[in-house]
Design a protein around this ligand. Structure first.
Ligand SMILES: [Zn+2]
Length: 105
């Protein structure tokens, strides 16, 4: 099994996913990539193989968008705040699914 990590791209580029081969645009900034060769991994493959990291990346992107909006307005739009709350919930749920169940008692 290929281990995925969060990598950082200086600039956006059109590339293929190193797992499924589909064409995708790798945006500038943090993105999922293979740990061995730093090959770009698309969102679908990331969610399938490493759901916690994929959810964490989406949470970071949502927080970044809301943060940028907050620089220009008193309060970000409700839709943006709901998107951030949804990303946070997805991250929380992804973490729970990957955590082994605790034994009672
Ligand atoms: Zn893929």
């Amino acid at each position: 099994m290929t281990r995925l990590v969060i990598g950082f791209k200086e600039c956006a580029e059109e590339t293929g996913c190193s797992l499924c081969g589909r064409r995708a645009v790798s945006g500038a900034g943090p993105s999922l990539c293979r740990g061995d060769d730093q090959g770009f991994v698309c969102g679908s493959c990331g969610a399938e193989h490493e759901p916690v990291l994929a959810a964490l990346l989406e949470l970071g992107r949502a927080a970044g968008r809301v943060g940028r909006m907050g620089r220009h307005v008193l309060a970000p739009p409700l839709g943006a705040l709901l998107e951030l709350a949804h990303a946070a919930e997805c991250y929380t749920q992804a973490g729970r699914r990957n955590t082994p169940m605790r034994r009672a008692g």
